[in-house]
Every structure is written in structure tokens, then in C-alpha cells.
Design a protein around this ligand. Sequence first.
Ligand SMILES: [Zn+2]
Length: 134
Amino acid sequence: MSDLQPESPKHPVHPPLCGQCGYDLTGLRIEMPCPECGRPIMQGRDLRGPSGRAWLSMVVTVLAAALMPCTFGIGSFVVGIVAIVLAVKADERARIGLAPLADIGMCMATVTMATLVVIASVLLLLYIIAVMHW
Ligand SMILES: [Zn+2]
């Protein structure tokens, strides 16, 4: 059991470094300048594509939309909420430097779509309830 290591904090494989002075920017918000040289962090961040977490929230959103015709909107409502939570968490990770910047834009789009799915689900559910009680 000696190869069991204590759980290490979640750091990216390549920590975000300041493009000017090489300072480790992990945990710093992109709105702030580099604490070492003052260069805006946004300029020093990598521009890789969206991470798996951002894609997951997007896929869950599509799943929520696909569930709309069945389960009277309840399934799409629940899955839509899950998608919003996933997207907000992924967005936060990108803002503190644990995920690519591309996640932020993708998560904003995902939150928007998932919110629309949730609203549509509620309307569908209300409509069904109204029809059933007519
Ligand atoms: Zn710097």
C-alpha cells in the first residue's frame, strides 16, 4: 500500500505561466494583472480548445433538450439544471487558471442554452398541467 499517495490538489499538467516573467499564475483570476510584472493575465494565458468539462456541460445541455418531448418536461428541467451547474463550475475553473480560456466562452453559451431549455421545460410542464385540469 506504499504506492498510495495523498490526494494532491488539482493542478493542470502545464500550469499557466506569465508570458513575460514566467510567474505561476495558477489560482489567479484572469481579470487581475500578473503580481510579479503587472502584465495582464489574459495575454499570458494559453489558447487551447475547450476542456472536457466544458464539452460535458454542452453535451448534457443537448441531452436536456433531447429529453424535452418525453417525461412532460420534468427530465429536461432536471438535466438542464445539472448542465447549468456543470457549466458554471467549468467556467469558474477557467477563470482561476485551471482550464483553458476557451472554456469561458463555451460555458457562457452552454449556460444560455441550458437556461432556455429549463424555461421551456417549465412552460411545457405548466401547459400540460393546465390542459390536464381543463
Ligand atoms: Zn509576469
